[in-house]
Design a protein around this ligand. Structure first.
Ligand code: SF4
Ligand code: SF4
Length: 173
């Protein structure tokens, strides 16, 4: 992608809310776990996926966008809904057991007595910088960690609130 990727530790982020700009559904190839791949193949057919050397991916259109991304009233939504891959649910955050991108004190996050290091990909349009809000720290990031650990599947704070972005839309991504 054209923009330079930079990982920002979570303590520099005041809040994050997905604005359904669709940038991430176009800029990256989504890597699938085998069970995720199997579910997609069973429901949508093998032609919606691509296999690399040792990885499975969702197919992309010629413009780079994910085949499940669609546009509704200038919002880019996910057609996979409840089958959305974990990689997509976690974007733009990386929840790591080691401080891969430095800024140890700014990246450390405690959950369930364990230490994690959280960074955000700065290319996401939904990031707001500053002192983290209470809600972002205690709800949004907690949900990201629980999804990363496999303790949670359903998304609430970690996806776009379409009803807020577009009061008449009945879908969520
Ligand atoms: S996660 Fe970020 S880049 Fe992706 S659609 Fe939402 S605001 Fe845009
Ligand atoms: S599966 Fe959904 S969230 Fe993931 S890249 Fe495709 S449209 Fe975007």
């Amino acid at each position: 992608m054209a923009e330079r990727m930079l990982f920002v530790p979570w303590r520099y982020i005041s809040d994050w809310k997905c604005i359904a700009c669709g940038k991430c559904c176009k800029a990256y190839s989504v890597v699938l776990s085998f069970p995720e791949w199997l579910k997609i193949v069973k429901n949508y057919g093998v032609d919606k996926t691509v296999s690399g050397l040792d990885k499975l991916f969702i197919k992309r259109r010629s413009d780079g966008s994910c085949v499940f991304s669609y546009n509704l009233s200038n919002m880019y939504l996910c057609g996979l809904q409840r089958m959305k891959p974990k990689a997509c649910k976690l974007w733009p955050f990386q929840i790591l057991s080691k401080p891969k991108f430095g800024y140890v004190n700014e990246a450390v996050y405690y959950y369930g007595g364990n230490k994690f290091f959280i960074y955000a990909d700065s290319t996401c349009s939904g990031l707001r910088y500053g002192k983290p809000t209470w809600e972002f720290t205690n709800y949004t990031l907690k949900e990201f960690v629980e999804i990363a650990l496999g303790r949670r599947i359903n998304q609430s704070k970690t996806t776009a609130n379409i009803r807020f972005l577009h009061p008449y839309a009945r879908f969520i991504i």
